[in-house]
Design a protein around this ligand. Sequence first.
Ligand code: ADP
Ligand code: MG
Length: 364
Amino acid sequence: MKPYIVAIFNQKGGISKTTTSTNLAVALAAYGKSVVVIDLDSQGDSTKSMGIDPKVKRGVYDLFIGGATIDEVVLPTDFENVRMLPSTYSLAGIEIKLSEMQNSQRTLTNILSHTSIDCDYVVIDCPPALGILPINALASADAVIIPVTATPYANDGLLRTLPSIKYVQEGLNKNLLLQGVLFTINDRNKTTRKINELIRSRLGGTVYRAEIPRDTAVIEAATARLPVCIYSPKSPAGQAHLDFTEEFIDRHEKIAAKSGVKVAPRMSREAAMERLFRWRSEHQDRVDEAANSDRIEQKKSQLDRLLYGDRTKAERYHLALIHFFIDHRASLVAFLLVLLFGVVALVGVGFESVRRLAAAVGLG
Ligand SMILES: Nc1ncnc2c1ncn2[C@@H]1O[C@H](COP(=O)(O)OP(=O)(O)O)[C@@H](O)[C@H]1O
Ligand SMILES: [Mg+2]
């Protein structure tokens, strides 16, 4: 089945595009859906917050320049049914590279249409500003979500973003749907409420009912390189992201029903929470295990420094050889015994053969 592709886009930076993308991805998976996240930002924030090192060899850049296929680039994450097309630092140079290519605004569309990605949803985390990458995302997407933070400049971001979406709808992708506007990093004060009301009155039902509150758990989660839905599923922001995900799925179901497509029902909130808690504890186990083996490595290198400190290379080899004999003394003794036994047996067999030969030729 063709996945539902959704781009998370706003020309402004710092308004929770990455946070929305990664939390939507893990929350969708918690509700039983399979997801691929595409990180289109050379900063690699969503790659990092899914626990993937942005120094990986291949990423979206290689995909765009035709140097790799989706199967070669896609990576599993720690979370069941969430995979990632990671960003690498080289993505920063993609603008120049794509400007040399023909039809560069449809590069991602072509890539996605030539390879069938086996998942229910593709979530694209867009970089800020309207460059070639967000245009590619909008050109290939079924829907776009605009996160908005209610600051006095929120309108500016929206006013610059809506025309870009319209530009794509009129040319590159006539099927692109504005699925909704999501209030993020929401403060509880009068100014915020006023700005939100103003935007709601202008955009009506386009704005999601769910609003993501400002919550320090999101920052703690980012520091732990985890989406807040995993780091703290019960936190206000974690819960709000789940509310939003349910609304997102409901809207998708309605859109799909209009074109006669049936979407598999999502799991219950309880089941989703149970999964998120399980993933959190599995992740914690992995972190503990890694910290343990790190500690052992540190102890080993401390000991090495103590033992080998300022010795010459020859002295180090000599010491290493002695340690090798000490470390493996039991195996070495066993080996020597087997060797001795073998030699004695061979000598015995040899003597017996010589004796028989001598007897045979009448020398006995
Ligand atoms: N609900 C929230 N509460 C508090 N801080 C948040 C919230 N959502 C996002 N942030 C923080 O705001 C900053 C920008 O978020 P990010 O998702 O990286 O935005 P963008 O991708 O649009 O640049 C990050 O430091 C992030 O941790
Ligand atoms: Mg970002």
